[in-house]
Ligand binder design. Sequence first.
Ligand code: ASP
Ligand code: MG
Length: 426
Amino acid sequence: MKVYKFGGASIKNAEAVNNMIRIVESHRPEQLVVVVSAMGKTTNALEELYHLAFARRQFEKPFNELKSYHHTIASGLIKDDKHQIFEVINQLFNELHKDLNNRPPALAKAAFYDNIVAYGERLSSKIIHARMNENNLNAKWVNARDFIITDFNFREAKINWDQTEKNINGAIKPLLKDYILLTQGFIGGTPDGEYTTLGREGSDFTAAIIASCLKAKSVTIWKDVPGILNADPKIIRKAKKFENLNYHEAAEMTYYGASVIHPKTIKPLANLNIPLLVKSFERPEENGTAINALDTVQSVPSIIFKPNQSLVTFKVKDFTFINENNLSIIFHLLDQLNIKINMMQNSAISFSICVDNQVEKVSELIASLKNDFEVQNHTGLSLTTVKNYDLETIKKVSEGKEILLEQKTKHTYQIVVEDQHWKYMI
Ligand code: ASP
Ligand code: MG
């Protein structure tokens, strides 16, 4: 059996959904689990609704826009306006409306977020399921919340692998011989049935979880790019596609911020040696990129941009130096706040970290440490990482820029620069 994952761009309108269904159709009679994200930019729209509702502000306008967006797609897919899908969509939006009005106390904020954003995948999977069955695809809709079991760490829930594996092998596996299974990416459920989410863009991870529990032959992620490229084609015009990457290389690229696949996707697949294929949904007949355990030698450097970075610098206040004790105070807090360091450097009297500019977390970090250190925060930055660098590429990404932090190891070159410097790279 195989697992296919379709992201938001591949199902952003009726035409895209029809194309996605053609891809699924052409792969019969292979046993298949299809994982879908929310349609287009729905998750962003739901995040906005969540913020408005939480702040007790008006949300009717964006709410109605989102509702009519889904109705338009459904009407483009299903001609019979008495089809029950329209009732299903209305019901889901009624529920969403009710939930938005039930703003919780601050403590339950993350659980509230997960419940709201999960509507995106719930809607898309219902609409696509209806269309698949119009095409006689014999698809069965299954609720990820009931078999992907997580802890209560809302917004970034951790998988309970034992329970999830039991559920998938118990309830899901037997269905595969009769049905194409269709489920939602990104969402899971607590043991008592509350919705959780696995972190933004987490649908790839869902596909990997299911594939690993079912020991799938492969996972295919269908994207709007021809495969994994050595740079973002919006920034470097002559980006080249990799035919093959090994699990290590792919994991490293996601670590540095390549956004083609979710970072957590690789590990469960690599453990079982399940190939991950990244292919274009616009040109499904082309090869894309295969990620597997094969040894590969890459001849081109990979250039990875990570925007919206913060450079936080801690300086000791007296004439003591940055020592292990100071560092342990900082690291302890980073761990508690779940802040990932993208790059770091220390000197005698200061220590700098480049992190994603998650405003709430970074502010908390600074507030907690400002008694111990003099803290500076420089925002609006971007981090550029070049793997397998050569001098020409270093020159291309750094020339003429004011560099705030720079590091070079044997295979990796990184710089932190002002965000607006990006445009000069093209
Ligand atoms: N819909 C979710 C998001 O946009 C999950 C995903 O697309 O993978 O973050
Ligand atoms: Mg998405």
